[in-house]
Design a protein around this ligand. Sequence first.
Ligand SMILES: Cc1cc2nc3c(=O)[nH]c(=O)nc-3n(C[C@H](O)[C@H](O)[C@H](O)COP(=O)(O)OP(=O)(O)OC[C@H]3O[C@@H](n4cnc5c(N)ncnc54)[C@H](O)[C@@H]3O)c2cc1C
Length: 378
Amino acid sequence: MQPFTPDHETFRKSVRNFVEKELLPHQETWEREKGFPKDVFKQLGELGFLGIAYPEELGGSGLDYWYSICFFEELVRCRMSGLAMDVMVQTEISTPIINVLGTDEQKQEFLVPAIRGDKVGALGITEPDTGSDVANIKTTAKKAGDDYVINGAKMYITNGSKADFITLSVRTGEEGHGGISLVTFPTDTKGFEVGKRLEKLGMDSSDTTLLFFENCRIPQRYVLGEENKGFYYIMQNFQGERLGAAVTCVAEAQQMIEDALAYGRERQAFGRPILSFQVWRHKFAQRMTELEAARQLTYHAADMFVKKQDCVTEISMAKLLASELANQIAYDCLQFHGGAGFMREYDISRAYRDLRLIPIGAGSSDIMREIIAKNKGF
Ligand SMILES: Cc1cc2nc3c(=O)[nH]c(=O)nc-3n(C[C@H](O)[C@H](O)[C@H](O)COP(=O)(O)OP(=O)(O)OC[C@H]3O[C@@H](n4cnc5c(N)ncnc54)[C@H](O)[C@@H]3O)c2cc1C
């Protein structure tokens, strides 16, 4: 399926233009310095890239989801998956849940400035002692008058140190999935503390931190949706996050192959370009075939998502296939570069490290297989 109209393609070009002019030139610095200025969110907001599919009355552009896909396919061309991940946390992970569940007041306080790029958002689910097992979170929010008092910690939180607001999963009720709620509140609340910035294998330009909550008091009006329904909201929200992960994996794999082919046309061994060796031509033909299959599955899942059909299985399959395949392609492309592939100055070494996260984050490959198996009835 080829879901893009000429209007999507015009939009795609404008994103590519921005990415090549305003982001790509900073790649080396922002990767080395392990972060990018918060102003980037402002720039993206001014261009309308942070509110592509959000309603116009909230400052969004009211466009269809395929424009968001174009945006992420082009954003990864900045060759900083970390930056792309931070932006995705803003647009596909921390704000959709407010758009769906938020009161008018919550939307005005958090979503509207997030769309403008004036405020940055984060989503805190994972804890030091629990990740995949979302139902087992321990951070508590106890009622005290009109407030909640939050105590606990969250681990590996993207945008953790630059977030102006956070959506947090907290235990407001019984043990297990039935006692979890979501709250969204400003990070300048007393008792909210950003822990150390975590040193990572990759995603260097991304901001990943540990967060602490010590008697962090927020008004109860900051609860999102209904109390104790948080687990279901998190599972719904995962769908956009996982789809976004599949989209970016396919786009990044495409870019790795394009880069490798360009390199292999120039690099000579035994008197000929290394791309002319049949073993490599066949390897890339095979990988391109697999990548096209992953792309089509991803677009199929996106099509179901747009049509609001039940697509949990298809999105899980797309995330599983695209993230595992992108890692295999990263391995092959690095190998194809020889020693150069091991050097940080080559994009392939960064992509190889960055992509390793995707079969782990947002629900690991094992969790995707578990969901698929359950939904298939075994
Ligand atoms: C760079 C980075 C950024 C992140 N950003 C965020 C963020 O912004 N917000 C947030 O909330 N979280 C974030 N995370 C957390 C991420 O979502 C978790 O790391 C992920 O969900 C896995 O949880 P875990 O690390 O606790 O692993 P665990 O749950 O401890 O799993 C360990 C291993 O056991 C396997 N396993 C677990 N359960 C099963 C099962 N039922 N069957 C088979 N195997 C199983 C897993 O697949 C995995 O291989 C981030 C993580 C990283 C590394």
